[in-house]
Design a protein around this ligand. Structure first.
Ligand code: S3P
Length: 432
């Protein structure tokens, strides 16, 4: 039987300052670009989460030398032209980012390989990536019309193309840009709303020129990456759990330092502001690299809002914790245009609705979001994580506002993105 964790707090308050682990999206990309570039790339602040460790293991199988000491990583690569064909399957575990971005990278490499994943990842849609890649000439085949892992990729020549991604997805956009880097001619990708732009920013850091114009990104094929050094800021998607906790738990004030403030990721800050949270943001750097800074949130009276449209991609991974926050806000919160939640690590609309209802929340699922009426008192119960890290952390934060015990089923999945989550939770609550 899967492990459980029981949490119970009596009138807790959260106080203190923490630095959350490195950004998951940026950590993946630092290894990917470091492995494509010939020579030595160093990474500081790497996320030691299971998803990012999968990306490292895959590149080791491709003949890239990668040494990791905690959050410091050194990559010595022979360059994408000189990778070796792996003898085993490449296992992406639970990581959608690893799987989808690797498809774009492998398509334009010199190697043939088979990409696999765990049970959850093997049910997630891949055609959104295989269709555009195949139209660039990629040789990718798999079950059910190439929709699901395992997928066999035979690297080879690609041609640039113009493609409109039907849903805003950085994974799809990035896979196409990786393929575009190796293709002949120009590749132009546009999307309905701007998704996270870490790939574009890191390409520039590695000496590749990229043109961004509104929702359209253009890359000229055949450019060579220069090995670089990457500093990974804290993950705002991890910070979001404690920011939300501070906003709804009485007498709380939490500060998160050195956290990423890339504007394609900061929708949570906007939502906290609109809901009435006392929030202070101090940016330390700006410009084309990844900006970062300090966010401080204190408890305030919150009210419901509507969250829809272009802001959705900038907070897509924060919607589970935002839904919990909305249960403590006065009035109705409407989340729309977020059908993508249904194809994340689990169906997050169904899972969040079911689990928050168990706590006594007034929440209903819609095809593309949720409607939450608040405030409602929450009572302790047993909550399922569905093996999804963000559901596990939502359940843990719920224990701070629930009356009684919250039992989290299968909390181990939290290590996917936040291995020291419970230590930080204990540290912040004990400081109260
Ligand atoms: C990610 C993009 C998002 C996000 C995921 C990480 C990335 O997914 O949900 O956790 O690193 O590119 P989509 O691209 O499917 O929106």
């Amino acid at each position: 039987m899967a492990e459980q964790k029981t949490l119970q707090f009596h009138k807790p308050r959260l106080n203190g300052s923490i630095k959350v682990p490195g950004d998951k999206s940026i950590s993946h990309r630092s290894i990917m670009l470091g492995a494509i570039a010939e020579g030595r790339t160093t990474v500081e602040g790497f996320l030691e989460g299971e998803d990012c460790l999968r990306t490292i293991e895959i590149f080791k199988q491709l003949g890239v030398s990668i040494e990791r000491q905690g959050t410091n990583v050194t990559i010595d690569s022979p360059g994408i032209e000189n990778w070796t064909t792996p003898s085993d399957e490449l296992y992406a575990g639970n990581s959608g980012t690893t799987a989808r971005l690797m498809l774009g990278i492998l398509a334009g490499s010199n190697v043939s390989s088979v990409l696999t994943g765990d049970e959850s990842l093997s049910k997630r849609p891949m055609k959104r990536v295989t269709i555009p890649l195949q139209s660039m000439g990629a040789k990718i085949v798999g079950a059910e019309d190439d929709e699901y892992l395992p997928l066999t990729v035979k690297g080879g020549e690609l041609s640039g193309m113009t493609y409109h991604v039907p849903v805003a997805s950085a994974q799809v956009k990035s896979a196409i840009l990786f393929a575009g880097l190796r293709a002949t001619g120009k590749t132009i990708v546009s999307e309905p709303a701007i998704s996270r732009d870490h790939t574009e920013r890191m390409f520039e850091q590695f000496g590749v020129s990229i043109e961004t114009n509104g929702n359209t990104v253009t890359i000229e094929g055949g450019q060579t990456l220069q090995a670089s050094s990457v500093k990974v800021p804290g993950d705002i998607s991890s910070a979001a759990f404690f920011l939300a906790a501070a906003a709804m738990v009485e007498n709380s004030c939490v500060e998160i330092v050195e956290v990423g403030l890339n504007p394609t990721r900061t929708g949570i800050i906007e939502v906290l502001r609109q809901m009435g949270a006392a929030i202070d943001v101090h940016e330390e750097t700006g410009g084309r690299g990844e900006s970062y800074g300090t966010i401080k949130v204190s408890k305030a009276t919150l009210h419901g809002i509507e969250i829809s449209g272009e802001i959705i991609p900038t907070l897509i991974d924060e919607l589970p914790i935002i839904a919990l926050l909305a249960t403590q806000a006065e009035g109705t919160t409407i989340i729309k245009d977020a059908a993508e939640l249904r194809v994340k690590e689990t169906d997050r609309i169904a899972a969040v609705t079911t689990e928050l209802k168990k706590l006594g929340a007034s929440i209903e699922a819609t095809p593309d979001g949720m409607i939450i009426h608040g405030p409602t008192p929450l009572k302790g119960t047993s909550m399922n994580s569905y093996g999804d890290h963000r559901l596990g952390m939502m359940a843990a934060i719920a224990s701070l506002v629930a009356d009684g015990e919250v039992i989290i089923e299968d909390p181990a999945c939290i290590a996917v993105s936040y291995p020291n989550f419970f230590e930080h939770l204990t540290a912040l609550v004990n400081n109260g």
